[in-house]
Design a protein around this ligand. Structure first.
Ligand code: HEC
Length: 111
């Protein structure tokens, strides 16, 4: 029930903001958020999504979050953060954590 209320609240907000360019999670995104990290806020989820789009596209096209299992993303993101930081494209630990949460969320099957 809570999930349905949350989804309809977000959809209402999404409809209200549809003229602006805000990133709004889709309904399937929200199901995944609940499955992977029950405490993850939508603000953090969206921030992770934005950072992923900004930071992880510098050297190659964005990989689909579903291209790796949730278990494999932590070492991959750590690896890629090292690569980025060696090339002076700073990804700080807070940003790394948000990107990882976004990718794990999106690769975890919804409940
Ligand atoms: C400094 C350049 C650079 C940045 C920034 C970067 N990558 Fe990569 N990425 C690479 C290179 C080079 C490879 C090739 C394989 C390897 O060296 O591991 C790669 C490979 C990958 C692969 C494996 C692709 C495959 O098909 O096997 C994934 C997934 C990936 N990157 C995700 C990310 C994510 C997520 C981020 C952001 C946190 C990111 N990358 C940022 C350089 C980068």
């Amino acid at each position: 029930m809570y999930k349905i209320l949350l989804i309809s609240a977000v959809l209402t907000i999404a409809a209200a903001c549809s003229s602006s360019k805000k990133v709004v999670p889709s309904q399937p995104d929200l199901v995944n958020v609940n499955a992977a990290y029950p405490d993850l806020t939508l603000a953090d989820f969206n921030q992770g999504k934005i950072l992923y789009g900004e930071k992880c596209v510098v050297c190659h096209a964005l990989k689909s979050p579903k291209s790796l299992s949730p278990e494999r993303w932590p070492s991959m993101v750590a690896d890629m953060t090292n690569k980025a930081n060696k090339k002076e494209m700073r990804i700080d630990p807070t940003q790394e954590a948000l990107i990882l949460k976004y990718l794990v969320t999106m690769s975890t099957p919804g409940k």
